[in-house]
Design a protein around this ligand. Structure first.
Ligand SMILES: Cc1cc2nc3c(=O)[nH]c(=O)nc-3n(C[C@H](O)[C@H](O)[C@H](O)COP(=O)(O)OP(=O)(O)OC[C@H]3O[C@@H](n4cnc5c(N)ncnc54)[C@H](O)[C@@H]3O)c2cc1C
Length: 400
């Protein structure tokens, strides 16, 4: 017999766990099922490429809540349960195990999956498409001092992991197709400075290049690149971006595009079904355009918001998320449309190290990155919300 829950949350990540909190803010009694494919309790991903490698956080502290939290909030957990089918007419979901659950309201918080390389050997056992705790545990198990690693990808994940491995005294080679690290976000002057920092730390950088094959020689990986390099390494990690996880939404006939399409209440194209976090394509109010965002603070707040709306709050989503990254000693917080293709104005206190970068379109602030400047996100949000035309003179010294 199928079990029916008032609320079913699919996806045991940050958005899913936050939704539980949102539901419970308004509904203390409704039954909740949280179904997640991973065998772990919901955990934070940012430490997997940062603090855990630097000894700044312990593994047991990355979990968002302990089991007692879910018991105290009367949440039924189905861990290790991949949900394969959605039937909006019957209001049911079905797991790959065959188990079917009924729902009153449903949240798809299925996040993203790692993009893979379709080159010969791209599916070799041991190549790590880094996304989750199991990937961290696997890599940590082999990442001893003196070993060598190839890191494919020059975005957030690749750059953070390359730094983490270098700090742990591995020999690291980075390969990425762009000319500069993190080039979708960092303006070229900053990207160049960050890249120089990596080189100075001993990270070998193969920019404007990409792997064309992987093979194995005993326990070693052999990576060959388009420009003719051959690199032998103990570890290969790939961080080349993610793809929103939408199979379940598709199986239920929901509207999808660059994510699961939701309205301002985070409701998908069928009533009673919501999406939040990395997989949701939603109207970003402050920027006046639909977006999908792959960041921690976004998943935290949008998940909770969706949970509240599932429980009847009916609040349009107005939150302006921020994001952060740490690349060796260079760290930043940023909000809005932080897109290196926009015009930028940098207000440095220390060039390419400490200061604020404004991302402008038609003279208006669309995004702000605060480099080694902390706790100023609210001021940045306010500037974006105002949407006024600005000049460099007006911006200089505005956020310090
Ligand atoms: C290594 C790493 C470092 C990061 N660092 C930063 C950072 O410094 N700053 C920042 O802002 N952001 C960072 N992020 C991004 C941030 O972690 C994500 O934005 C956030 O995890 C998204 O949460 P989510 O719940 O939407 O998705 P996810 O965390 O992807 O969770 C989705 C969950 O749903 C499960 N699932 C998917 N499909 C199904 C299904 N059919 N059935 C059941 N379960 C399913 C998945 O297994 C997964 O557990 C980082 C991400 C990674 C991977």
């Amino acid at each position: 017999m199928k079990r029916v829950y008032d609320y079913v949350v699919v996806g045991g990540g940050l958005a899913g766990a936050s939704a539980v909190k949102g539901i419970r803010e308004l509904d203390a009694a409704g039954s909740i099922l949280l179904a997640g494919e991973e065998n772990h309790l919901p955990y934070d991903r940012p430490p997997l490429s940062k603090k855990l490698w630097l000894g700044k956080q312990k593994l047991e502290d990355i979990f968002l809540h302990d089991r007692a939290f879910y018991d105290a909030h009367a949440v039924t957990l189905a861990l290790g349960a991949k949900v394969a089918r959605l039937d909006p007419a019957e209001k049911t979901i079905t797991a790959t195990s065959g188990e079917t659950y009924g729902y009153g309201k449903l949240l798809l918080a299925t996040g993203c999956k790692a993009r893979t390389l379709s080159v010969p050997g791209g599916d070799l056992d041991g190549i790590c498409y880094f996304r989750g705790l199991d990937d961290y545990l696997h890599t940590r198990g082999v990442a001893a001092e003196g070993k060598s690693a190839v890191v494919v990808g020059g975005g957030f994940i690749g750059s953070e992991l390359a730094a983490a491995l270098n700090i742990n005294k591995l020999h690291v080679t980075m390969i990425f197709p762009g000319a500069l690290l993190c080039d979708r976000v960092l303006p070229d002057y900053l990207g160049r400075a960050v890249q120089q920092r990596y080189a100075a730390k001993g990270v070998r950088i193969l920019a404007s290049d990409k792997p064309v094959s992987f093979s194995k020689n005993g326990s070693k990986f052999i990576t060959r690149t388009e420009k003719g390099e051959t690199i032998e390494s103990d570890i290969v990690i790939v961080g080349i971006g993610v793809i929103p996880e939408m199979e379940l939404a598709r199986s239920g006939g929901l509207e999808v595009g660059n994510g699961i399409v939701v309205n301002e209440y985070l409701e998908a194209s069928r009533p009673g079904i919501y999406a939040a976090g990395d997989n949701a394509f939603f109207p970003y109010q402050a920027l006046g355009q639909p977006m999908r965002i792959e960041h921690w603070d976004h998943a935290l707040n949008q998940g909770k918001w969706a949970g509240r709306n599932m429980a009847g709050a009916h609040e349009p989503f107005t939150y302006q998320p921020y994001f952060f990254s740490d690349l060796f000693e260079f760290g930043y917080e940023a909000t809005g449309e932080v897109d290196s293709r926009l015009e930028t104005f940098a207000d440095w206190q220390k060039e390419n190290d400490t200061g604020v970068i404004y991302y402008l379109r038609e003279g208006k602030i669309r995004g702000v990155m605060m480099c080694n400047v902390w706790d100023k996100v609210e001021a940045a949000r306010e500037l974006i919300r105002k949407g006024e035309r600005v000049t460099p003179e007006k911006l200089r010294g505005l956020i310090r």
